[in-house]
Design a protein around this ligand. Structure first.
Ligand code: GDP
Ligand code: ZN
Length: 302
């Protein structure tokens, strides 16, 4: 009987699959390789068959309800599938050390929006800043879920755990903000266990590969890969930028020109709203920076 599983990582044509509470190494059956998915990626739901020797084969790949796609910074660069069936992007910043960087965090949020994924915004190290909640206020105002956490005091950890339960989350953000510390605080021993994950390969050797997706019992998964930590550097198309700031997109109707890009055109409703304090100045600045960047890179309007 085939079993259902979820792909934790892939490397060189070998896949680590979480199935029935254990991690199995599997290879891909030829016919599946030629299926309509170009690649099997982290988060794919698969059907596994184990033969009596213990070898496991991926026999089928399920429909994806979401797909995180990466476009590199170069002009005309190909779009690559990175992770499937992600439910939300958790963007982590720190109140201090490193300093809260709204422009940088807005990039992470915009890439999540471009992938049509919900965002949870976390300000970690809130023990270092009594006014940490003010940093995420602009995001709460837009409608994003926000959480203030500290791995030192334990503040906000239960709230964050609540957001992660029953979902597949990508944890991302600039280096040093405390992503690993948060994972460890939520699931003590997680690192230890992932470091111990070791299995017999087809050739009988034992291998250990850094896990890319962690099961967060009882029913959550967290994708935390080096490849997803630079999500803020992924390139956006101009059109994606115009949709990635929901509060700005909503205000577009108030502009004199239908095709207003809110880059300084006359009678811009977005600029007026920012002047009245109805949208955060930092968000409008981020929007403009990302849009100019996309246009200057010569990326076409789709
Ligand atoms: P990552 O690069 O985002 O995974 O960050 P790390 O988890 O490696 O943490 C970077 C540094 O921040 C480490 O020295 C942690 O001990 C420290 N750190 C993590 N969380 C907190 C926190 O809530 N408060 C304080 N004060 N320091 C923290
Ligand atoms: Zn405008």
């Amino acid at each position: 009987m085939p079993e259902e599983g979820i792909v934790l990582s892939s490397a060189g044509g070998r896949y680590r699959v979480f199935s029935g509470g254990t991690v199995v190494e599997a290879s891909l059956r030829g016919r599946v390789k030629r299926g309509h998915h170009a690649r099997v990626v982290v988060g794919d739901r698969v059907l596994l068959r184990r033969d009596p020797s213990g070898a496991a084969t991926i026999e089928g790949v399920g429909e994806r309800h979401s797909l995180l796609r990466r476009r590199g910074p170069g002009r005309g660069e190909r779009v690559r599938a990175v992770a499937a069936n992600v439910d939300q992007i958790v963007v982590v910043g720190a109140s201090h050390e490193p300093e809260w960087d709204a422009a940088l965090l807005d990039r992470f949020v915009a890439v999540a929006e471009a992938n049509e994924l919900p965002v949870v915004l976390v300000v970690n190290k809130c023990d270092l800043e009594p006014a940490a909640a003010a940093l995420v206020e602009p995001y709460a105002h837009v409608g994003y879920a926000v959480v203030c956490t500290s791995t030192r005091s334990g503040a906000g950890l239960e709230e964050l755990r609540g957001h992660l339960a029953g979902r597949v989350s990508v944890l991302t953000g600039p280096p040093g903000v405390g992503k690993s510390s948060l994972l460890n605080a939520l699931q003590p021993g997680l690192r230890l266990r992932t470091a111990e994950v070791s299995w017999r390969t087809g050739t009988g050797r034992h291998t250990t590969v850094a896990a890319e997706m962690h099961a967060l019992p009882p029913d959550g998964f967290v994708v935390d890969t080096p490849g997803l930590r630079d999500i803020g550097l992924w390139a956006l198309m101009p059109q994606e930028v115009t949709r990635a700031f929901p509060e700005i997109a909503r205000l577009g109707a108030a502009c004199r020109f239908d095709n207003c890009r809110h880059l300084g055109e006359p009678a811009c409703g977005v600029e007026a709203a920012a002047a009245r304090g109805e949208i955060a100045a930092s968000r409008l600045e981020s929007y403009r920076r990302l849009l100019r960047e996309a246009l200057e890179a010569g990326r076409p309007w789709q």
